[in-house]
Design a protein around this ligand. Structure first.
Ligand SMILES: [Zn+2]
Length: 273
């Protein structure tokens, strides 16, 4: 495997573990590889059919983490704890071409592939990484308030001016569903039509980014905003936040377009808190 690519993967795996977002076998990663990142020593296994054809990803190769693997172990056992899958020419089947020695792809593998198909189209091919992890404070927010995509994104953006700068696409909120189910895959794909990041209620985040650092950074920024909210609550409660006009000005200053439908710029109430 491409040494620089693998070192970057190992660094992000360690960061996820150190952040406390990947306990035990939690979390999974997939990367739609560039041709220069394809395995240099491929060993193709048998073709296996996909439950649903994904022609948008035909012929592509993906690095995926293994089912049940502990993210912190990926740097130490890369050929066991991750691997590379190749899709066939019409996107109806896949085979392992590197790694996954004695293991199988993450149970979220199909949700990852469907997510890649949506985000590849939405980003014009720029986004290549789907990262799933369990950031503590974002998950805790689900337990203390009723949320939806607008309320969650607006709350986070209002906590720090770099919120809208670092995840201008916002974050969708999905009601509880069983992980690994078709239902959560379908809801995540629908949310990814509009948002590059999704919070699964009581569970964790699915984020799509251009590369590993971009996906990790978006989650880190959203978690930072949630932590600022938590700290403000601990200091006696939130009484002041960035106003929607100030968030919009920040985005405009950086030539970013915030996710539509989040900010209320009509002069009404400033915040939904
Ligand atoms: Zn999870």
């Amino acid at each position: 495997m491409n040494e620089e690519f693998m070192q970057n993967l190992f660094r992000i795996a360690e960061e996820l573990s150190r952040a406390g977002w990947a306990e035990a076998n939690a979390g999974n990663i997939s990367v739609r590889l560039r041709p220069e990142e394809y395995p240099t020593d491929p060993a193709a296994g048998p073709w296996q059919p996909l439950a649903i054809a994904i022609p948008a990803l035909a012929g592509e190769q993906f690095l995926v983490t293994a089912k049940g693997c502990q993210i912190r172990n990926v740097p130490h056992f890369p050929r066991r704890d991750c691997g590379v899958l190749e899709l066939n020419g019409d996107g109806t089947a896949y085979r392992v071409v590197w790694g996954l020695e004695g293991t199988v792809p993450t149970s979220e593998f199909f949700a990852h592939l469907l997510s890649h198909a949506v985000r590849k189209e939405q980003s014009g091919g720029a986004e290549r990484v789907i990262l799933h992890t369990h950031p503590v404070t974002l998950v805790a927010l689900c337990h203390v308030m009723e949320l939806d995509s607008v309320k969650l994104t607006r709350l986070l953006w209002s906590m720090h001016p770099e919120g809208v700068a670092l995840f201008p696409g916002g974050i969708a909120y999905l009601p509880f569903a069983l992980s690994g189910s078709r239902e959560i895959s379908a809801m995540t794909c629908e949310a990814f039509q509009k948002f590059p990041m999704v919070l699964w209620e009581y569970h964790g985040v699915f984020a799509s980014g251009r590369d590993l650092d971009h996906a990790f950074g978006m989650i880190q920024a959203a978690e930072k905003c949630a932590n600022i909210y938590k700290a403000a609550c601990e200091l006696g409660g939130v009484t002041r936040t960035l106003r929607d006009e100030e968030i919009a000005a920040m985005a405009s200053f950086l030539h970013l377009t915030p996710a539509p439908g989040i900010l209320n710029l009509s002069g009404g109430a400033n915040h939904a808190l």
